[in-house]
Design a protein around this ligand. Sequence first.
Ligand SMILES: Nc1ncnc2c1ncn2[C@@H]1O[C@H](COP(=O)(O)OP(=O)(O)OP(=O)(O)O)[C@@H](O)[C@H]1O
Ligand SMILES: [Mg+2]
Length: 261
Amino acid sequence: MENSNSILAVKNLTKIYGQEPNKVVALDHVDLDLAAGEIVMLMGPSGSGKTTLLQLLGGLEPPTEGKIKVRDGEWQEFYREPEVSHYRRDMIGFVFQFFNLISALTAEENIALPLILAGQPKKKITTLTEEMLHLVGLSERSKHRPRELSGGQQQRVAIARALIHNPAILLADEPTGNLDSRNSIDILELFLNMRDKLGQSILIVTHDPYVATYGDRVVLFRDGRIVDEYSADQIVGENRSERSLYIMERLQSISNEPRSK
Ligand SMILES: Nc1ncnc2c1ncn2[C@@H]1O[C@H](COP(=O)(O)OP(=O)(O)OP(=O)(O)O)[C@@H](O)[C@H]1O
Ligand SMILES: [Mg+2]
């Protein structure tokens, strides 16, 4: 699984919550290699460990076990404080299902927040914020507060905020889970567009097989493990609807298999 274009790789990534007898193995020796500019869709039943994987990759939770490799660096133990804060700041952007915007702040203030908190110079903040507003198509909505924006627009603000510090990786946990199908497609087009313009890798958790057809790769999860994985050209179908049916069938077949432990 060595990949010369790798931006982030993990191996043996394991997360155990709690102690016996309430121990939960949320991630069970996961190996994953994310290429620069790649869009990966993560799917799997509820409780299979998708959110946990994002939290570990994003440095929000420490793993129980596992190694990490950034770009062409060496394999090393996972980052701990204080390195993990630098890793988060330099490498990672997060997008969530419920947007997580600050309701008292305008669109542009929400987008600028990471730079304000990082103490960046005002001029730089203004320039970058305008650029991001433009990229997500919300220049006309810069003074609106979240409740004055549609769900799709709020998610655009959240994506601009996640990308303003130019992270190498965007982690998105069910980013279209709270949107109708039209808005979901717009958000996926935006992700593709951002990847083409800014070049970051994007890892998207989704339950929606149609959403998954937008990935370069679809990774299927079960019981904290990767059980199957398809590159876009392995997904059979003439069009998006057919390919989403194919993904749905793969997903159903892994959900129905007897437990391996
Ligand atoms: N903080 C925690 N403490 C204890 N157990 C946890 C914690 N967070 C997650 N878990 C457990 O770890 C397992 C994986 O949870 P996770 O949230 O990663 O699943 P998921 O695949 O994101 O599910 P969903 O599709 O429902 O969002 C579940 O069994 C869950 O109950
Ligand atoms: Mg989840």
